[in-house]
Design a protein around this ligand. Sequence first.
Ligand code: IMP
Length: 197
Amino acid sequence: MKKKLIIATGNKGKVREIAAILSHIYEDVISMKEAGICVNIVEDADSFIGNARKKALTISALTDCDVVADDSGLCVNGLGGRPGVYSARYSATGTDDDNNKKLVEEVMPLNEEGRKANYVCAIVLARKGVEVFSCEGKCYGKIITKPRGNGGFGYDPYFYLEEYHQTFGEMEAELKNKISHRAIALQKLKDFIEEEQ
Ligand code: IMP
């Protein structure tokens, strides 16, 4: 069994989600804070992979442990892929309410095709400052202009999945965690690490 994995994030939900998938491979899956690493990394790359890479390489240069970093967001077809890497800070305040308000205003004039969207999650695994593996997971839907459901977070009440006839805001967390962009990317990471063993 591999020793320790550090998740390069301050987000407890992400650490829990990643730990649930990789805890049978690593003795311990911990956050940066738990590893005693406190670094502020500016996410200024122009791609999801670029931001995930920056975080994974920076943190893994400071430890002997494996390090995983991710970056995610929403891309809308008719908005040229926006909010994209700016998903967390799309509006001036960066709150979910204001981000969603801006998204709806921008999507309103778009036709069905333009409202098609996808969530993206990029993941990078690094060791001692060197990238070992990277991948992306995507999840497809469309943006609706009236919110549905209170579950999930961020843009979820506006992200409608035709196949499931519901938004991520309406979906049971258990199902979202099986089909989401993050779940797809994490599965690829898990497959890679298992093959490496
Ligand atoms: P980050 O990966 O923590 O930087 O998240 C980027 C932003 O993308 C979040 O603040 C949300 O606005 C958006 N986002 C990423 N994944 C999801 C999701 O599963 N649901 C809703 N919003 C998401």
